[in-house]
Design a protein around this ligand. Structure first.
Ligand SMILES: Nc1nc2c(ncn2[C@@H]2O[C@H](COP(=O)(O)OP(=O)(O)OP(=O)(O)O)[C@@H](O)[C@H]2O)c(=O)[nH]1
Ligand SMILES: [Mg+2]
Length: 312
């Protein structure tokens, strides 16, 4: 294990906060890439993506799942990506109030919001390296993204399992099915069970609708972050989904990120120029692969000096 990874594992919240800040400010530095390589090579935990429409209750659910994880002796980290939802004015502030119930001195828990909006490369460009780092430290990493079609697929490209959150009486499930999103999640949860019969009806409707599709066996649960009802069962379902999540998916996730990172920095032509190179060296981490491809592309761009010789 590298010194940097060891320091991160022993350094508690301040060390993790420093590393995540570094990912945002110096994403392509050699020092950052060395740490990412070490984290990628020594995963400790697994990751779960939570997705669903704005306001469905993802952050509230993350909050109770964090507590459930700690009560079962697991260490846990959570990232909310693109919390700039117009409804609640962003998860950061909203979450701060809810998360105040968690013990700030507990190093077994870490929560962080990251603004992905407007960033090139989408949600995973930033969240994937953050999740890799957190997985090297915590037993369980929860990644919350607002689902608006594309982010469901993006989150499936970076976490071991995906949980779709559905609002009771919203008709969301029908929309998800039309958009083909129901193929993405490994489990579904109808939130706000305390609202009564509507939540159970939503679960039954979803079960019926899925019965004629390939997602027929998707586990569906109902729970309330407010009353705590069903939270233990949802946590059990998360653990069994993670227990059967294929580890091979992780190299696909790395490749997915590599492609997004190169495409955001060098465009689709850049990616097609190096994709063979990137794929051939399957043994290295996506981060080292990025560095190598980036160097190759930068070198070929510097050959463009001839432009100066073109008469004005
Ligand atoms: N009745 C009830 N309300 C809930 C429950 N969970 C969340 N809410 C409410 O639903 C609203 C949205 O909750 P959030 O947890 O912020 O939802 P979110 O999906 O994270 O929202 P965005 O991050 O903005 O997409 C808040 O007003 C919560 O108080 C629940 O279990 N029962
Ligand atoms: Mg939220």
């Amino acid at each position: 294990m590298t010194d940097a990874l060891q320091k991160l594992r022993e350094g508690g919240k301040p060390a993790m906060a420093r590393v995540l800040a570094r990912l945002e400010s110096h994403a392509r530095d050699t020092e950052t890439i060395t740490l990412l390589d070490a984290a990628y090579a020594a995963p400790k935990g697994q990751s779960l993506g939570l997705t669903g429409p704005p306001g469905v209750g993802k952050s509230s659910l993350v909050n109770v799942l964090l507590r459930e994880a700690r009560s079962r002796g697991l260490t846990v980290g959570a990232i909310a990506v693109d919390p700039s939802s117009s409804r609640t004015g962003g998860a950061l502030l909203g979450d701060r109030a809810r998360l105040s119930s968690l013990d700030p001195s507990d190093d077994g828990i870490f929560v962080r919001s990251m603004a992905a909006r407007g960033r090139l490369g989408g949600v995973s460009a930033l969240a994937y390296p953050a999740a890799v780092v957190m997985q090297a430290v915590y037993d369980l990493v929860l990644v919350e993204t607002v689902g608006v079609g594309q982010s469901e697929t993006e989150i499936a490209g970076m976490t071991d399992s995906v949980m779709l959150c559905i609002q009771p009486a919203s008709g969301d499930s029908l929309q998800f099915m039309k958009a083909g999103i129901m193929e993405v999640p490994d489990l579904a949860v109808v939130t706000k069970a305390d609202l009564g019969i509507a939540a159970r009806r939503a679960a039954a409707d979803l079960r019926t609708a899925l019965s004629v599709t390939e997602s027929e066996s998707l586990p569906i649960h109902v729970c309330s972050a407010q009353s705590g009802e069903g939270v233990g069962l949802v946590f059990d379902a998360i653990l069994s989904s993670l227990a059967t999540a294929p580890r091979e998916k992780r190299s696909d996730h790395g490749l997915h990120w590599l492609k997004a990172a190169i495409t955001s920095d060098f465009g689709t032509f850049g990616w097609s120029a190096v994709s063979e190179l990137a794929l051939r060296k399957g043994a290295e981490t996506p981060f080292t692969s990025y560095e190598r491809c980036q160097n190759a592309l930068m070198r070929s761009l510097s050959d463009l000096d001839f432009i100066e010789e073109i008469p004005q």
